[in-house]
Write a protein that binds this ligand. Structure first.
Ligand SMILES: *Cc1c(COP(=O)(O)O)cnc(C)c1O
Length: 362
């Protein structure tokens, strides 16, 4: 079986450095906080070009902390795309606010100003824009729209760490941005992890308090918070991988280009001019998805569906008013993710393309 994401090849490439970073943390016995975490947060902030980067225990807790810091609460509405992983909307519900599901554009599979305009109400407090599959939405246009409406903009950059728009990095544009270091994301840990980014000193300070049980001094708790910390072993591993992220994203873009050039034009993903995708996924649109999956699987080629159902149609959100979202419904029926990683072997990719071209109906 061809690996969907080749994490073993990646480990082999950096093994000496990663093993050394791990044993340094173990030798130091600083498992929570300490130098490994401080260094990593500093390097993250520099990489993204924001004032504050704060490690978190996962992309999910990063989203929760962002909403807490912005004071989102019961009765508030937060606009989120329906075409995303559940965590984006789940954390809105978890803090008691109401997710309002927006449709997406079929150009980049992201929300855009046109898809959210009609959803704004006096209760709208924020928009969470997801950078799906590794490509940012037009966050500049969304940021301007939110500023005019006096609402917050959060980027869920779980899939887009390292991506760019006009040379500006993902996770640097919005009031608060979050990312995930789940192992299969563009920058993946060896377990769970995430981070939160902001240029606002106040928000950064609040996030650091909330992620440590609302504690302002040892055992003095000003707020109800959570344990949302990134642990030092993960920070040390991520610190090594961060150094290679740009070169890996370059490799992913080269692999994407080969898919682009060898698959039917009607099914390949589009990247907006001036944008660089981190290609967390390389996802195509196919009309005969079930038979494509079946045939590829028989040929030893794994695939994945991101995502088979819009969040607006999930049972977990059945208490919300039902909406119909045309583009999301089209895409959830056609989308199919192909093997993608910086270490996808050339001969494997050739085989995937050749098998696909025998069965695909774009
Ligand atoms: C992966 C992902 C998350 C959640 O990240 P975890 O680290 O798994 O908690 C949130 N949003 C999106 C869009 C994701 O892809």
């Amino acid at each position: 079986m061809i690996p969907f994401i080749d994490l073993k090849a990646q480990y082999r490439a950096y093994k000496n450095e990663i093993d050394k970073a791990i044993s340094e943390v173990i030798d130091s016995s600083s498992f929570i906080g300490g130098r490994a975490l401080n260094d990593f947060e500093e390097n993250l902030a520099k990489y993204v070009n924001v004032k504050h980067a704060i490690g978190a225990s996962s992309g999910t807790s990063a989203l929760l902390l962002a909403l807490m810091a912005l004071g989102i609460k019961k009765g508030d509405e937060v606009i989120v795309p329906s075409f995303t992983f559940i965590a984006t909307a789940e954390m809105v519900s978890l803090i008691g606010a109401t997710p309002v599901f927006a449709d997406i554009s079929l150009d980049d599979y992201n929300i855009c100003v046109d898809s959210i305009k009609h959803l704004i109400t006096p209760k709208t407090k924020a928009i969470i824009a997801v950078s799906i599959f590794g490509q940012m939405p037009d966050l500049f246009a969304l940021a301007k729209f939110c500023k005019d409406k006096h609402i917050f903009l959060i980027e869920d950059g779980a899939q887009s760490f390292g991506a760019e728009a006009n040379g500006v990095k993902s996770c640097s544009i919005c009031d608060i941005s979050t990312t995930s270091f789940f192992p299969s994301k563009p920058l993946g840990a060896y377990g769970d992890g995430g981070a939160i980014f902001t240029n606002d000193d106040n928000l950064a300070n609040l996030i650091r308090i909330y992620l440590n049980h609302g504690q302002i001094e040892r055992y003095k708790h000003k707020f109800i918070g959570i344990n949302g910390r990134l642990d030092s072993l993960q920070a040390a591993i991520l610190g090594v991988k961060l150094k290679y992220l740009d070169s890996e994203i370059k490799m992913r873009n080269e692999i994407a280009k080969i898919y682009d050039e060898n698959l039917p034009k009607s099914c390949i993903p589009r990247v907006k001019s001036g944008f660089k995708s981190a290609y967390a996924q390389y996802s195509i649109r196919v009309k005969n998805r079930a038979s494509v999956i079946d045939y590829l699987n028989k040929c030893g080629i794994p695939t994945a569906i991101h995502y088979p159902l819009g969040l607006h149609a999930q049972e977990a959100f059945s208490d919300l008013a039902r909406v119909s979202l045309k583009n999301t419904e089209i895409l959830t029926n056609e989308i199919l993710s192909l093997p993608m990683s910086a270490f996808l072997a050339q001969n494997h990719q050739r085989e995937i393309i050749s098998v696909l071209n025998k069965i695909i109906e774009g």
